[in-house]
Design a protein around this ligand. Structure first.
Ligand code: ADP
Length: 480
């Protein structure tokens, strides 16, 4: 009998709903736990609990918010190993990556604990004599957070922590595949002494729980990370109903490799960007745009590096790449390998399903060469361990190809030229640019987000998070 995990509403663990088991993608026989699925009525209950808690929490002293968020951060860090193991079992990224993600979540809570104390405004003289003007920030109300499966603890953390720090109340709907990490965060917040109703967790289907969060007139703002299709739909609904909205969606991130690159640096950055975390990062590089002079050496070195990578159970020591997260995702990844071949791309490594000691969703990382920018494998987000090399003649054409895409989340370049590095930083059409570094792997204290079809609304993380989680008030006062 596995543990039964309930939803967390108004400070109580609520027993309603049907339980669904959560399976380990590295070993389908391993059931992580049973998680109760919320419905529309339970979601409304959570929204009501958050609304009831808002008046008191929005006026709570910053010291209180600091203490609770800081304590939550410390608990996350103290339980890094255990939470990391849960994450690796649930999502399938390898244990060191999972522990790293948990560490990041802990630091995010600590950062936003500090932000609660650092809130400030402006005091200005009015253009009229005898009047002063104050510009202050206030919380926005009840926020709905809808999160994906690929960073099951860091993404909920980077939405919850600022929401709570700035005085809002929260309803979190985690992705169906990864309720365990969200549940663990709820338990930690309850233990840290967060007042009832400030944070509520409703696990369940996007089309049921998520849809209710989006539709509710009591929700002031929605922060979503997930697929392009869902993100666009949510944005339209939120805008029409007058909700503030922040949406992070897909990417088709380029990594440009120039003739003058340090080959080792370029190969490490490309392999990490494209294949680590099983390629399941919205910042993963999937288009490796390589100039002619280094092309063959680069392809040879990447292929060799791929041949040495171990794909296996996420908890096994020495595994470099864990399984794909689900059967549906694996099916999609294999489909794209078939699409690439049919389009005339040359598959030089991987691309097939693998069997291991335990039954799981294993796939050999796939590398295509001889691809063109128009191919579907170079235009559509695959979200798996599949990357393509596009051969090009020089920096200018590489930059043009990098930018010729509907997305704009992250862009990378490998070069030893200061001139090209500077030019790329200024001209890459992306929210984040990496020079001689992987396109994925970002700091927790600076803004995260993209341009074009990748993102909509204000940036997440760092002090820029205040743009979304607060609203500005301008107050005028006559002297005397
Ligand atoms: P992915 O499965 O690739 O992460 P999705 O966009 O399907 O991408 O899912 C991201 C999150 O959005 C999940 O928590 C999912 O349950 C939720 N979701 C899916 N469909 C809807 C919807 N119609 N309304 C609200 N949330 C949804």
């Amino acid at each position: 009998m596995t543990d039964l995990h309930r939803n967390f509403i108004g400070g109580e663990w609520v027993a309603d709903g049907a339980a669904t088991p959560n399976h380990n993608p590295s070993d389908l026989a391993d059931v992580i736990g049973e998680y109760l699925q919320g419905d529309a009525a339970l979601t409304r209950q959570a929204i009501d609990a958050a609304a009831a808690a808002f008046p008191a929490w929005s006026h709570s002293p910053p010291q209180r918010r600091f203490d609770i968020l800081d304590a939550a951060g410390s608990m996350i860090l103290a339980h890094k190993a255990k939470l990391g193991e849960l994450l690796a079992r649930e999502e399938g990224k390898i244990l060191p990556e999972a522990i790293g993600e948990v560490g990041r979540a802990g630091q995010i809570f600590k950062f936003f604990a500090g932000e609660a104390l650092r809130q400030s405004g402006d005091l200005l003289a009015s253009v009229r004599s005898g009047v002063t003007v104050e510009v202050t920030r206030e919380p926005i109300g009840v926020v709905g957070l809808i999160t994906p499966w690929n960073f099951p603890i860091a993404i909920p953390a980077w939405k919850m922590a600022p929401a709570i720090a700035y005085g809002n109340c929260v309803v979190l709907k985690p992705a169906e595949l990864v309720p365990g990490c969200a549940w663990a965060l709820a338990e930690i917040l309850a233990e840290a002494g967060l007042p009832a109703g400030v944070f509520n967790l409703v696990m369940g289907r996007g089309s049921v729980v998520g849809a209710e969060v989006i539709a509710s007139p009591k929700i002031a703002a929605i922060s979503f990370t997930g697929s392009v299709t869902t993100g666009r739909r949510i944005t339209e609904q939120a805008v029409v109903s007058g909700k503030k909205v922040q949406v992070e969606m897909g990417g088709k991130n380029p990594m440009v490799v120039l003739d003058d690159a340090d080959l080792k640096v370029a190969v490490e950055a490309a392999v990490n960007s494209a294949f680590f975390s099983t390629g399941q990062r919205c910042t993963a590089a999937s288009r490796l745009i390589v100039t002619e002079g280094i092309h063959d050496r680069f392809v040879g070195a990447v292929s060799e590096r791929l041949a040495g990578l171990k794909v296996d159970h996420a908890l096994k020591a020495g595994t470099d790449i864990g399984p794909v997260v689900s059967e549906a995702q694996l099916h999609q990844d294999l489909e794209y390998v078939a699409v690439g071949k049919a389009e005339g791309a040359k598959l030089v490594a991987g691309g097939e399903r693998l069997t291991r000691d335990t039954e799981g969703y294993y796939m050999a990382p796939a590398l295509f060469t001889e691809t063109t920018p128009e191919m579907r494998v170079n235009r559509e987000e695959i979200f798996g361990p599949v990357a393509s090399v596009i051969r090009t003649k020089d920096y200018d054409t590489a930059l043009a190809i990098a930018n010729d895409i509907e997305f704009g989340l992250s862009a990378g370049i490998a070069t030893t030229s200061l001139k090209y590095a500077q030019h790329f930083k200024r001209n890459a059409q992306a929210g984040m640019v990496m020079v001689n570094l992987p396109t994925a792997g970002v700091d927790y204290h600076v803004p995260f987000g993209g341009r074009k079809g990748s993102s909509y609304g204000p940036r997440e993380q760092g002090r820029y998070a205040a743009e979304f989680y607060t609203t500005v008030k301008t107050s005028y006062q006559a002297a005397g």
